[in-house]
Design a protein around this ligand. Structure first.
Ligand code: SAH
Length: 376
């Protein structure tokens, strides 16, 4: 089916796309309770799962020859059975004097995904992928334009984080060893369209050592185009991660084309779900808004957004549009961006303009396309 024949109603939510060879099972695919059974299925005593999980989450899958609580002769086999390698580094590119690094990973079936690691003065953040490609078809996003290849497993999502945490611990970023402090689900894919795997990965991030990485839910952001059924499910999880909603315009008319899933869930419904999330978790949510010249940056849209947000527990994150191949759109003029911020502030809406990292290496918002070709 060609792009133009695509049905108006996008029907990918919670569906598992094309059947293909399954990714190897990994202990990060399971809850701590189920890991025992997984080890037993592999012919190992159940308690080995806890030991290996400890190495994986506490020491970031460090070399099995350091696993002194496991007999030396069994370490390698144990590692292969419980923590098989799920992602293999193809290439890293850096900018900002090495403080931003984009990693390209190959999965077991040759599928490619990207992560972006960013070190700041006070924190280190990794932006990870939840799907290979994306089915949401937002016209200004390179990932969306490439379409969906497949969902990632919980193990594959978690592996990106563990690899990044390891890089930080080993001092691979300039400035010496550090701790991976923040995780944003803002790389390739729509996290809510791969809900179960994302949820498992979120538990792996937030569960205390040795069951997980022990990173607080507050330091994790899940960004969505506004899949209301996913937001509603997340509200019930009792896991107060930061929710980010990619709104991009406050009116349905334009949003229907900028974020095509809007034909299914309208702006009003997205706000209602995000408000319920904020109410339940006590967490302020963010509204992501890529400023596109003469498309969504008019003063009347700033006014409408200000009106919609003035009594809500939300803040606005404006993103100057990053260039993507074949896109006819560009970032807003400086003066229009300034005016947009000024108007929002008159409504008392907290507003920040995102300092987009990694534009030079096609690693900024909306630029992840995971190609093996080296971009010029
Ligand atoms: N699918 C989820 C997660 C991706 S997050 C979501 O859309 O929320 C990536 C963020 O970057 C989203 O807010 C997305 O809309 C935004 N984005 C996409 N393309 C962009 C571009 N060219 N310039 C700036 N932001 C972009």
């Amino acid at each position: 089916m060609t792009r133009s024949e695509k049905p108006a109603e996008i029907n990918l939510v919670f569906d598992e796309p094309v059947l293909r060879k399954k990714s190897p099972k990994h202990l990060a695919d399971f809850s701590p309770e189920d890991r025992r059974a997984f080890a037993q299925e592999q012919g190992l005593p159940g308690y080995r799962a806890n030991q290996v999980a400890n190495h994986y989450f506490t020491h970031f899958a460090s070399e099995p020859d350091t696993w002194t609580d496991i007999p030396a002769a069994e370490r390698l086999k144990m590692a292969e059975l419980l923590t098989p390698r799920l992602i293999e580094l193809v290439r890293s590119v850096t900018c900002d004097d090495g403080m931003t690094r984009k990693d390209l990973w190959k999965l077991h079936d040759g599928v490619l995904v990207e992560t972006v690691l960013m070190r700041y003065a006070d924190r280190t953040t990794v932006c990870i992928s939840s799907q290979a490609g994306c089915g949401m078809d937002c016209p200004f996003c390179a990932t969306g334009q490439a379409g969906l290849t497949r969902n990632l497993t919980a193990g594959e999502i978690t592996a990106q984080i563990v690899a990044s945490a390891r890089s930080c611990a080993l001092g691979e970023m300039p400035g010496g060893p550090t701790r991976l402090s923040n995780i944003v689900f803002m790389g390739m894919g729509e996290p809510m369209a791969n809900y179960n795997a994302v949820m498992r990965a979120l538990r792996n991030i937030t569960d205390a050592n040795p069951n997980g990485l022990g990173i607080s839910a507050r330091s994790v952001t899940v960004s969505t185009v506004g899949l209301v059924n996913g937001i509603e499910k997340l509200t019930q999880e009792g896991l107060p991660v930061t929710l980010a909603v990619s709104l991009h315009t406050p009116d349905d008319e334009l949003r229907d084309s900028l974020v095509p899933i809007n034909s299914r869930w309208k702006v009003k419904e997205v706000f209602a779900a995000a408000d319920a999330y904020a109410e339940k978790t006590g967490r302020r949510y963010s509204i992501e808004y890529a400023l596109i010249r003469d498309i969504n940056d008019q003063t009347w849209r700033a006014d409408l957004l200000g009106l919609l947000l003035k009594n809500r527990n939300a803040h606005v994150n404006l993103i100057p549009l990053n260039p993507t191949p074949g896109s006819k759109w560009t970032a807003s003029r400086q003066e229009d961006e300034k005016e947009f911020v000024r108007i929002l502030e008159t409504y008392g809406v907290a507003t920040t303009v995102r300092d987009t990292r990694g534009r030079e290496i096609d690693g900024a918002c909306g630029q992840l396309a995971a190609s093996e070709q080296i971009s010029s």
